[in-house]
Design a protein around this ligand. Structure first.
Ligand SMILES: N[C@@H](CCC(=O)N[C@@H](CS)C(=O)NCC(=O)O)C(=O)O
Length: 214
């Protein structure tokens, strides 16, 4: 059976959402980031710095997927693999679609996620935090315009249907939602995020995330 390591409050969320969309059975191992634990908690919770976990992931980071003897430890690579191997139409129908799905996933990682993480991690109760969000929002206007433009034709990024490309990009864009008014300024992105977050598979992931103890 597929085994996915990583708590919901990590980049494992994008893998869990896709697994829920696919409907394939999987085991979830809630490995937590070590820096989020006290020494006492680290005695009892599986975490990223245990020897057992580092044997799977030398980078000591979640998520990790075990698919038989294949071990993958990059969240986007995990999703591209899951979509191709098990996802049917959530994955590519041909080499052209695969190239497009990879393009959007790599753009999400390199062109969008560093900026949206700046927004996510800012403490908006402080002036410095609010300034960080405002600066991040300003820098995000260009990549969000790119995504907005791509969504205008069909409402999806690749193939006129929901695919792994939408999930990979949407999970990264989600991190920018705390920036006041930012997403609303991009109507196609706002509509796309709305319909994606209403999906039962996303909702299952999200409710489990909210219920997560750590
Ligand atoms: N590029 C990697 C990033 C993985 C990553 O940084 N994971 C974080 C949690 S979201 C982590 O496990 N950090 C553990 C640590 O920094 O000790 C991916 O997308 O899979």
């Amino acid at each position: 059976m597929l085994r996915l390591h990583g708590v919901y409050r990590s980049r494992a969320a994008r893998n869990i959402w896709l697994l829920e969309e696919i409907g394939v059975p999987y085991e979830h191992v809630p490995v937590v980031q070590r820096y989020r634990l006290t020494d006492e908690q680290a005695q009892v919770h599986p975490h990223t710095q245990t020897d057992a976990f580092k044997a799977l992931s030398p980078a000591a980071a979640v998520p990790v997927l075990e698919d038989g003897d294949l071990v993958l430890s990059e969240s986007m690579a995990i999703n591209l693999h899951l979509a191709r191997a098990y996802g049917g139409d959530l994955g590519p129908r041909d080499a052209r679609e695969l190239a497009q799905m990879e393009q959007w996933s790599f753009y999400a990682l390199s062109g969008v996620e560093p900026l949206t993480l700046d927004v996510l991690y800012a403490d908006q109760t402080t002036e410095a935090g609010r300034a960080q969000v405002a600066a991040g929002a300003e820098k995000l206007r260009r990549p969000l315009a790119v995504v907005d433009g791509a969504l205008k034709a069909t409402g999806w990024l690749v193939g006129g249907r929901l695919t792994v490309a939408d999930i990979n990009m949407a999970e990264v864009v989600r991190y920018a939602m705390p920036a006041p008014g930012l997403i609303a300024g991009f109507p196609a992105v706002a509509a796309w995020i709305g319909k994606l977050h209403a999906r039962p598979a996303f909702q299952r992931m999200w409710h489990a995330r909210e219920a997560e103890a750590l």
